[in-house]
Write a protein that binds this ligand. Structure first.
Ligand code: GLA
Length: 549
């Protein structure tokens, strides 16, 4: 309600011609042609954000409790990483040197200490700021001060890096500025973050209190993720096409046509999840999560992690859907067919499989059908794994399900005459716990492909594929290697990691836990380096020597 009232005030302000992207225009540079190569967010970021449930009512105790709950609930091990402190964390006044500070009464230990607490739990630290003079809560007068980054971009970026920030949400929140102004101003912070040398996920929102520019261009040169719509709310359909507030169906409608823009490091952001916040049926919540996963949106939970029901956990920790979301190919599902009610979306995956979503936009149950050839597979025999039930079935090409109103059935389709994918070897039903026992393959029954996908002066990014060349499944894996020249891992996806001296240890996460005979597991990482980036040596899989491809 409060937010609706605020939006109303905005429209009034816009009509009154409230303007001024002052200051920024004098220091603008034209950098649109540059691609964003910051090495971050190679797959859609996963985490939690304070705004949807708590708004401005946040403090360091709450955020610490949420980090603890992220670990104790198994969310971290399921793949969730970033703990993002949204608006209202800041002291309304910068210090005498112009530095941002945490609010002294609600964040008395300071933001660096909060970042340390989050990092100590194997999680990453996210924070919120606005590019103009005010954050959104300051703009709406629900929070005092005027601490936006305008004129302080480099200083704020350095401050965030010094606090250990790994993710910045940067929110326009002004009726002012053309889309070109927005690009230039967002690029100031893009470049300021790059200049810190710290890999920081750059998340922007150009839409708030503004005409909706999020869908109007491909922002992949500017940011790692960009909001496509106005703010989400916990309702299925708000009747908006792109106004405040947006329901699940409305966000899907806007974002489906933007599928071609998603790639490693660049994702359409369909806004933070409403799963577990009420306002929708269990079927609708499941649909919401499934669609965000196949559409490669960041998966940023917005519920209270301390009090999640079993039903909420079943959705948020669904290992099949998280595996599809975090697939290293990083595609967004494209539309295969749509008759106004029955929508079929398909997402190609790195191992040749295709995830297909059968989404029923109507309110009555209906049968939705497609075919293997319609989703880009050829051949005569396919395996379908239902992401919700984990049931496996076979087909010669027809793909079909009875789908309840507002429901989404997702199949992972394997097989065909391309590179045959082995039948999945039956991880336990979702949520899948991280396997604790392992079946090591015999010596030499694995092969590692190690590829550096980008490199910059102080660091590099790598992709690692482990192939099980043996005849028995590997249930739970640990890959070790040695870095000869002081390289240091500081981020990974698709695996958890630790490093002791030169020795790196990467271990599966739940959705990437089993490698069938002939199958692969893939993960990525970012590392810092000084000196030359000498190739790693001595790969072992579950303590057995492993060859290099
Ligand atoms: C805007 C954003 C929200 C949230 C608030 C904070 O409305 O879209 O996600 O960050 O600002 O004030």
């Amino acid at each position: 309600m409060r937010q609706v009232a605020r939006r109303h005030r905005v429209l009034t302000a816009m009509a009154a011609g409230l303007l001024a992207v002052t200051g920024a225009t004098t220091v603008l540079r034209t950098t649109e042609a540059m691609a964003l190569e910051n090495g971050a967010a190679r797959t859609p970021p996963m985490g939690w954000n304070s705004w949807n449930t708590f708004g401005c009512n946040i403090n360091e105790t709450l955020i610490r409790q949420m980090a603890d709950a992220m670990v104790s609930s198994g969310m971290r091990d399921a793949g969730y990483q970033y703990v993002v402190v949204d608006d209202c964390w800041m002291n309304p006044n910068r210090d005498s040197a112009g530095n941002l500070q945490g609010d002294p009464s609600r964040f008395p230990s300071g933001m660096k200490a909060l970042g340390d607490y989050i990092h100590a739990r194997g999680l990453k630290f996210g924070i919120y700021q606005g590019p103009l003079t005010k954050t959104c809560a300051q703009y709406f007068n629900s929070y005092p001060g005027s601490t936006g980054a305008q004129g302080h971009e480099a200083q704020d970026a350095r401050q965030f890096a010094a606090w250990g920030v790994d993710y910045l949400k940067y929110d326009w929140c002004s009726p002012s500025g053309t889309i070109d102004d927005q690009v230039r101003v967002f690029n100031l912070m893009r470049d300021a973050l790059a200049a810190t040398g710290r890999p920081i996920v750059y998340s922007i929102n150009s839409n708030s209190v503004h005409s909706k520019t999020g869908p109007q261009r491909d922002w992949g040169d500017v940011a790692n993720m960009w909001r496509t719509t106005e703010d989400i709310t916990n309702t299925w359909n708000s009747g908006q096409t792109n106004g405040y507030p947006m329901g699940i169906q409305n966000i899907v409608d806007v974002t489906v046509p933007l599928a071609g823009r998603a790639k490693p490091g660049a994702f359409n952001d369909m806004d933070m999840l409403e799963v577990g916040r009420g306002g929708m049926t269990d079927t609708e919540m499941r649909s919401h999560f499934a669609l965000w996963a196949v559409m490669a949106s960041p998966l940023i939970a917005g519920n209270d992690l301390r009090t999640m029901t079993a039903a909420t956990q079943t959705i948020l920790k669904n290992a099949n859907l998280i595996g599809i979301s975090q697939d290293p190919l990083a595609r967004q599902a494209g539309q295969v067919s749509f008759d106004g009610t029955r929508r079929v979306l398909a997402k190609r995956l790195a191992n040749g499989d295709v995830a297909v979503a059968l989404f029923n936009q109507g309110s009555a149950a209906t049968t939705i059908s497609t075919t293997a050839s319609a989703i880009g597979l050829s051949g005569g025999s396919f395996t379908l794994r239902d992401a919700w039930t984990d049931a496996v079935s076979t087909t010669s090409g027809g793909i079909s399900a009875s789908v309840p109103g507002h429901g989404t059935v997702v199949y992972r389709v394997s097989g065909g005459s391309g590179t045959p994918t082995p039948t999945p070897t039956g991880p336990s039903p979702t949520p899948t716990p991280t396997p604790t026992t392992s079946t090591p393959p015999p010596t030499g029954a694995c092969q590692v492909t190690y590829a550096i996908t980008s490199q910059w002066p102080s660091g590099f990014q790598g992709d690692v594929t482990i192939r099980n060349t043996g005849t028995t499944p590997v249930n739970g894996w640990t890959l070790r290697w040695s870095f000869a020249n002081g390289q240091q891992l500081n981020q990974a996806w698709g695996a958890t990691y630790a490093q002791s001296g030169a020795q790196v240890t990467a271990t599966n996460v739940a959705y990437n836990g089993s490698i069938a005979p002939g199958g692969t597991a893939t993960f990525g990482f970012i590392a810092s380096q000084s000196g030359s980036n000498t190739a790693p040596t001595a790969f072992t899989l579950n303590d057995q020597a492993c060859g290099r491809a």
